[in-house]
Design a protein. Structure first.
Length: 154
């Protein structure tokens, strides 16, 4: 179906094709498949949208959020929210995240790094044209940092 839709669009000089929505999880196969064809994300609010807000800092909540990166609506557009556990976030980590998750339509990628050792910080940085907000936090602060992603939260 995708093939014939793209072919029809190409043959009829149609500049854009909408293959319908994809769940807001950038790690899922359908999102990654559409991204290969130059897809971008749009904020098209629908009644089936859901809000995810971790209410506690237990290991199961952290594990759930780590396994399901998502696209979130924020004041200035859409952002990918990636949770990971590790000591630090370095330039190589950000390059891997950018390669795997970035696409047109995102204003930034938020990486929430949860670590027992890392001090609580929030930094905005740009790597290869992609804007990152890197939030370092202790596991006890995870749920509050997940919800309050604004740099002013520090």
């Amino acid at each position: 179906m995708y093939y014939f839709g793209i072919r029809y669009a190409f043959e009829n000089d149609i500049g854009a094709v909408d293959f319908a929505g994809t769940r807001a999880f950038p790690g899922f196969g359908d999102f990654r498949f559409k991204r290969k064809w130059g897809a971008h994300v749009d904020d098209s609010f629908s009644p089936s949208s859901m809000s995810i807000r971790p209410l506690n800092n237990n290991k199961n909540t952290l594990s759930f959020c780590e396994r399901l990166p998502l696209i979130a609506r924020c004041a200035d557009g859409l952002e990918a929210v990636i949770v990971r556990q590790g000591d630090t976030v370095d330039i190589d980590t950000l390059r891997r995240v950018e390669k795997y998750y970035n696409c047109d339509g995102l204003v930034r990628i938020v990486v929430i790094n949860v670590s027992e050792q890392a001090p609580a910080t929030t930094n905005i940085t740009e790597v290869d044209g992609c804007v990152f907000q890197v939030i370092q936090c202790h596991p006890d602060q995870f749920s509050s940092r997940y919800v309050a992603r604004s740099p002013a939260a520090d």
